[in-house]
Write a protein that binds this ligand. Structure first.
Ligand code: NZQ
Ligand code: ZN
Length: 390
């Protein structure tokens, strides 16, 4: 196991009714708030009114940035910074899914930078600090509620890139599973696929002695498998929504990657799909993951697939190694299918003639270097994976 510094600074308030802490928590940091949200789901579920009333009761003034897009865009970040500067805002409250939270993190960091926010995303300039941010999560998927990263899209350059800094981690997040009862089937499925993908990215590493972290990862995968379909069938099943929500936070907050040499693969090649076609992140991951698994499976990597098959899918350990690995991959694909996710790039509207362009962009956005370290992927590898997933 490698050395690490454990630090997860976000306070979590988990469970029904935890919104009651909101006013008191915000007041630790400020009284002039930018409330950020997406296309209106928080109004439909009554959460907007609940939040607005709490802010008023606590004499907290607030301004709004609404309409934040899924795959949030740099223009929304620019708009948010403008509102903050014009109104001397001292706290950001993001109410929504990963897109709203990511956009808010980017706004928080851009406040301390005089140039264009896109410079921070492309790492032309460094993040030095961020305004304090709190979140009320409404969709279990990205883990943005408990991590320091943000993913922002620039439609003009067809780029979707991640960046992060410890100051961008939320000061607190309110995780009330009842707010996720209204998440539509396809977003619920995409969320589960995203959580599983974060876990896979941290789990599939070359032997590293991080036995404990790998067992944590398997527990998260088993949780997604146990409750994923149930959340689709019974959207207001509290136990299912609660377990998926907590899994989302722990898949990416550091728990699984501390002490390991992780360098992600599938996420980097999925981001091109969302950048070029604005598709839902988790759907792209579900399509690519089983294909990626088949592509990287070889003698050096088969043992981790055996652990995965035996510990997560309860496959009989006495079988041949490759049989276990292939069965585990098949079960992964079948599971995503059972969540009613379309399982090919063709089905989500991607054009075959763009595959080369996207493979090239993936490498370009990685500074010309191969992607991932479980099995580093070059241009030809990525193109092959896209083609097999087509
Ligand atoms: O915009 P509204 O009206 O709120 O509707 C949203 C949106 O249409 C809807 N929704 C959210 N909560 C709902 C709801 N609908 C009904 N009831 C509710 N309670 O769901 C749709 C998708 O929302 P979005 O926030 O885009 O989804 P998600 O949480 O999956 O976020 C995806 C974004 O996060 C990035 C992705 O790349 C993508 O841009 N990621 C962020 C990461 C991070 N910060 O660490 C890591 C991830 O790997 C990921 O890349
Ligand atoms: Zn993800």
């Amino acid at each position: 196991m490698k050395n690490f510094h454990y630090s997860i600074p976000t306070e979590i308030f988990f469970g029904k009714g935890q919104i009651q802490v909101l006013g008191k928590e915000i007041k630790k940091y400020g009284t002039r708030v930018l409330l950020t949200y997406g296309g209106g789901s928080i109004k439909r579920i009554g959460l907007y009114d609940e939040v607005a009333n709490i802010l008023k009761e606590h004499n907290i003034d607030f301004w709004e940035l609404s309409g934040i897009e899924p795959n949030p865009r740099i223009d929304s970040v620019r708009e948010g910074v403008k509102i903050i500067r014009e109104n001397e805002i001292d706290f950001i409250l993001a109410v929504g899914g990963g897109s709203t939270i990511d956009c808010s993190k980017a706004i928080a960091a851009s406040y301390y930078y005089d140039g264009d926010p896109w410079d921070l995303v492309i790492r032309k300039a460094k993040v030095v600090d961020a305004l304090p941010l709190g979140t009320v999560l409404t969709l279990a998927a990205t883990g943005s509620e408990m991590d320091k990263g943000a993913v922002i899209t620039n439609p003009e350059t067809n780029q979707k890139l991640s960046f992060g800094h410890i100051s961008m981690a939320p000061k607190f997040s309110i995780l009330d599973p009842t707010y996720t009862f209204s998440v539509p089937k396809i977003q619920t499925a995409a969320g589960v696929a995203d959580i599983m993908s974060h876990t896979f990215e941290n789990y599939f590493t070359l032997e590293d002695g991080a036995y404990l972290q790998n067992r944590f990862a398997e527990a998260i995968l088993k949780t997604c498998i146990k409750y994923g379909r149930l959340a689709l069938d019974e959207p207001d099943n509290y136990e299912a929504r609660a377990n998926i929500m907590w899994a989302s936070s722990w898949a990416i907050n550091g728990l699984l990657s501390y002490g390991k040499d992780t360098n992600w693969s599938v996420h980097d090649i999925e981001h091109e799909l969302s950048a070029f076609y604005d598709i839902t992140h988790g759907i792209g991951l579900a399509i690519l993951t089983p294909v990626w698994m088949e592509y990287v499976l070889d003698d050096e990597r088969v043992d981790r697939f055996v652990e995965y098959g035996v510990n997560v899918w309860d496959i009989d350990r006495s079988k041949d190694k490759y049989e276990i690995a292939r069965l585990a991959i098949e079960k992964t694909r079948d599971f995503f299918k059972s969540l009613e996710i379309p399982m090919s790039l063709r089905e989500v509207g991607i054009k075959e003639e763009d595959l080369e362009k996207m493979a090239k962009a993936a490498i370009d956005n990685n500074n010309g270097k191969k992607i991932g370290n479980f099995k580093p992927l070059g241009y030809e590898d990525i193109l092959n994976i896209y083609r097999k997933a087509y």
